[in-house]
Design a protein around this ligand. Structure first.
Ligand SMILES: [Zn+2]
Length: 637
């Protein structure tokens, strides 16, 4: 094969950003990009193919990944055709000629990203290919003029030559596609009709409420089983299952209703569930006698419904709507009243290690259990118990401490302690926490840490569309600490010292920022974790325009009122914060435990559950007063 000529341009972004822009228009991307390969091949087991998704500035790219260096010939390769991915990412090898493999994969209709060394000659490049290299600070992009062979080294050399002669042209990344939201439509019809009606409804008359999930440009990974739930004021909750096909809209789901006898705006909630999880909540007002029909989106977990399949692992949900909540465990959800439900009882008198002795720890946990058992009784008046060890989703604004829900009967008065209280409590034997309590006897008024939702299950409290990962950079996790200069310096130093004991010092940057200057300082912040050390009530909702990298925000004081601005406006992936004011030193200890686990790759929900157990090991029950305002599966890396 003869060397080909190229049209060479430069670009601003990463090679993977441009790869996302070029495929599927180009069926072969040859690139020298060790950082990009590190992202794509993270977690790849030698000798196996894998599937992975990488976020880019253009869109998320799903890869089927194979490192050809693990194999001594093409005949030893595992099958790659059935590994999911929009694109096949291969790392080239010098041990054998990979040309025919690449051509075969291109022929099957999936574009190939071939990661190779800068000096390697690659055969079989053509006008449907692009070669990419790097000449700081630009990505070098080269499109062959014909068919033949080429190498990245030559296109980088050509680029530098053009640069020297000031003849470089640049290729811009396309703007990220604006995701249009998938619409959920509500229509009222007369019974048996084939078309909906407009205008007011007659009091005390029979109608049908039709519900429909619209089509969307983003195809689903497969058909999605969903459930429409209609809860109109003064009526039983109705539920109907349906399937949203991979492409197109759902069929209409119909609910028979009888309007109230009074001429009033008739309000209710329409909720779409995926398994036990409410993924779309719409407030509906039907005009009975007078007025206009209204429909207002209250909450959604997804804008496209394309990322909902993993939620099938959730075992229960609580959808809080003011003083009421809709509780679901997979069947027809039911309304409960939250009147009288509240936060964790106050905890004071922690020792300098943020702990307590055994009797005081038992007393704290017993006080929490009294409240938690009452709350459990409100959630499940029929005595049902959610399977422990799963993920429980809470949606909506709430002051209730859900981690403190206690699923064993427990009343104020004399109680017995389960053996796990001592084993996992202060100065206990400790050890890995099993998925269920090792002590078989839970009869009577018994106090057991496994009775609490926050210790036996993973809790998530997502405030909006789910983020699955903080957008990765090709570097270790970075934490940016902002500290209020008005805080007591001794406490601040204690906080920082605790945090530093868990994380490599080079991963942390810190600055004193007054509350009024915080929004400005955070605007340009690109660390993975934004850690805010401020007292309760000091911060106002930050006004930040869409962070491009979706960081995780961790605060050291109650910040539930800031979550919406951080996640739904600034674009944070989530917020972790205490529900009650806590000691600054303790806050540093808790953040350190959480971030160390997140940096190891643990999902946020499990990291918080483990931190609660670790706190219990010092006799500290305040882990139950920490909330993850994000999806439980959120990862830093
Ligand atoms: Zn137990």
């Amino acid at each position: 094969m003869a060397p080909v000529e190229f049209t060479v341009t430069g670009g601003e972004g990463s090679p993977l950003d441009f790869a996302a822009a070029f495929v599927p228009g180009k069926s072969l991307v040859v690139l020298t990009d060790p950082g990009g390969w590190a992202l794509v091949s993270k977690g790849l087991v030698p000798g196996h193919a894998a599937s992975t998704t990488v976020a880019t500035r253009v869109r998320a790219l799903k890869f089927a990944v194979l490192d050809l260096r693990h194999f001594s010939s093409a005949s030893q390769l595992p099958p790659i055709t059935d590994v999911p991915g929009d694109v096949v990412a291969l790392h080239d090898t010098r041990a054998w000629d990979t040309t025919s493999l690449v051509q075969a994969l291109r022929g099957l209709g999936r574009p190939v990203l071939l990661f190779t060394a800068v000096h390697t000659w690659v055969s079989g490049v053509d006008s449907a290919s692009v070669l990419m290299g790097w000449s700081a600070p630009h990505v070098v992009l080269a499109v062959p003029a014909g068919s033949g062979e080429g190498r990245v080294e030559d296109v980088v050399w050509q680029f530098r030559e053009l640069e020297r002669r000031r003849l470089v042209r640049y290729t811009a990344l396309p703007e990220p596609v604006v995701v249009e939201d998938r619409a959920v439509t509500v229509v009222v019809a007369l019974p048996g009709a084939t078309e909906g009606i407009a205008g007011t409804l007659r009091p005390g008359a029979e109608y049908e409420v039709w519900v429909h999930v619209g089509a969307h440009a983003a195809a689903l990974p497969g058909d999605l089983e969903l459930r429409a739930v209609l809860g109109m004021s003064g009526r039983e909750v109705q539920a109907e299952s349906f399937v949203l096909p991979a492409e197109g809209s759902s069929p209409w789901v119909s609910f028979p209703v009888t309007t109230p006898y009074a001429s009033v705006p008739w309000a209710g909630e329409l909720v779409i569930y995926r398994g036990a999880v409410p993924v779309h909540v719409q407030h509906v007002v039907l005009p009975v006698g007078a007025g206009e029909s209204q429909s207002r989106l209250r909450f959604r977990l997804s804008r496209t419904f394309a990322d909902l399949a993993p939620l099938s692992s959730r075992v229960a949900s609580v959808l809080v709507l003011g003083e009421r909540a809709l509780v679901a465990t997979g069947g027809v959800p039911s309304w409960i009243s939250l009147d009288g439900a509240g936060a964790l009882p106050p905890v004071s008198g922690l020792d300098p290690w943020y702990g307590k002795d055994f009797p005081s720890y038992c007393a704290d946990l017993a006080a929490a259990a009294v409240r938690g058992a009452a709350l459990h009784g409100m959630l499940f008046p029929d005595g049902a118990v959610v399977r422990r060890g799963g993920v429980i989703t809470v949606v909506g604004q709430t002051k209730v401490s859900w981690a403190g829900v206690y699923d064993l009967p427990f009343a104020d008065g004399p109680y017995r302690v389960c053996a796990s209280m001592a084993r996992f409590g202060p100065f206990g034997a400790g050890g890995p926490v099993p998925s269920r309590c090792p002590d078989p006897d839970h009869s009577g008024n018994v106090l057991c840490p496994f009775g609490f939702w926050g210790l036996s299950s993973v809790l998530e409290h997502p405030p909006g569309p789910l983020a699955w990962r903080v957008a990765p950079g090709a570097r270790p996790v970075e934490v940016a600490l902002s500290v209020d200069p008005a805080l007591d310096r001794t406490l601040t130093q204690r906080h920082v010292a605790e945090l530093m004991s868990f994380l490599p010092p080079e991963s942390i940057s810190s600055a004193y920022v007054s509350p009024s200057g915080l929004a400005r300082a955070l605007e340009d912040e690109r660390a993975d974790v934004v850690h805010l050390v401020y007292d309760e009530g000091v911060l106002e909702a930050v006004d930040i325009d869409a962070w491009p990298h979706r960081p995780l925000v961790v605060t050291t004081s109650p910040s539930a009122d800031l979550v919406d601005a951080f996640v739904n406006q600034a674009g944070a992936a989530g917020v972790i914060c205490p529900e009650v004011p806590v000691d600054q030193g303790m806050a540093g200890w808790v953040s350190g435990m959480l971030l160390a686990r997140l940096a190891e790759g643990m999902p946020a929900g499990e990291a918080l559950r483990r931190a609660r157990w670790e706190m219990l090991g010092r006799g500290n029950v305040l882990g139950l007063a920490y909330t993850l305002h994000a999806g439980a599966d959120l990862r830093l890396r």
